[in-house]
Design a protein. Sequence first.
Length: 524
Amino acid sequence: MYKVLIVDDDGLIREDVQTMMDWREHGYDIIGEADNGKAALKLVEQHDPDIILTDIYMPVMDGIELIKQVRSARRRAKIVVMSNYDDFASVKEAMKYGASDYVLKYKLDPDVLLDLLGQMKKQLAAEARESEQQAQLDKIRQVGQTALIHQFWTDWLSGGMTAEDYAERASRLDIPHEKGVWVPMLVQAEKLERETVLALAGQQEEYLDAVKVGEKQVVLLVFTVQRSYLLLKQLQHELSLRLVSGLVDQQGMVVKGDICMQPTDLRKQFQHMKDKLSDVFYDGYKPLMDMSIPAAPKPGTMDIFAFEPYELAVVKAVQAADGEYATEQLQSLHRYLAGARFDPLLVRDSLRRLGEQLIRVMKNKGFTPIDEVHPESLKMALLADQATLSSLMKLLISLVAQFAEHRQSGNRMADLRVEVRNAISYMEQGYADDISLTDVSNHVGLSKNHFCKLFKQETGDNFINVLNKIRIEKAKLLIMQPDSRVKDIAGKVGMDNYRYFCRIFKQLTGLRPTEYKQSANQVR
């Protein structure tokens, strides 16, 4: 339906036009009528009509002024002037200001009106097609321009462009490169896109662009003629806080680079910001980092021969089921790696191999870690952005502790009656389920009362306390994984009541679950 507005100070004319034909049958909808231009403008704002039929001479605001106002508001409506035979001069003026056509009132009949409206309809359809085609062309140009700009920055930051090429290509792409400074920031988060970073940064008076430089990294670049160092740092800090706040659910990280006076400074700063992110592995997760803070020593080349003695000592200790010595060796390895600050990728790979060896040895000894801690999960934990040396070492230490507890429990269980051994085994296998005292007593073929007395007599503890200890030990291992969410872990170990889970966890470990997780990111 095309929306039509009728404007005339003569009520009989308005009524005559409205009753001249069945408008809806022909694809038109009369959205209103007005007796002067001012009243008509309100209807135009409310309904945005496609066609306006208007008189010229009206009180308050005449038709000429109405046409001017509609056109100044960039409305697409087609305006048809309804005039008398002696209004030629005014009609000419109306056409000059944007009327599309005119019709003499005394000649107005259904055929004439339909023919006129049909012409307006064709013009509107043609303009809509042209507008759509133009929008598509603009989108194609924008996508092409964005791709060229992305390639420009990729080439420059990676060192694949000369300074001469930089100036020439920057001019061609309307990228400012003279009489100003660059304020860079490096942003890292899961599933990060340049559009996300630009949206979080918001509109800026300065030139602003974002370049995706990795699956999880985007460089935000701000160019400004502002030379006050304090104002520049303030601008950068405000933008950084906005980014951190917007990416808090993804544990995003933002590195504030130093102010760059020259394009070559920008290239160097990009590499420095990437190096700064690697500090997270040793110093712990920090949502906001600043290059003005002295950087840690550059990672050295990892000495595999220095790593091997620790690795062999830990594996042999696990083979001998000596959990205490294995833990001591892991702690020594932690101190060695924290002091050496090797390339995090090399350290992660070495720890992955160590973890896989330990899991194989433990399985050969009859111990299967919880499902979430197997080689593939260990690999995912090592690859997580939030993974730190401390969190990964604590994961391995917790794994060894669980193995040691299992071995000790196995030794103790050998002295227990078979019904109690079967009950504990059943609890260790089904800890993630909603196990009840009835379930366990039925499993071992005893009444609840008889089972409770026997269990207490053999273990020195009651059923629920032992089950809670099993669940909390499993939870400790899950919490060590960098990407784990504490609230999800309660359900994974069979404790759906989160508050109860937290209370029991603190009772058995001395820490709340969140505190226990945070401790994994602290450098020993």
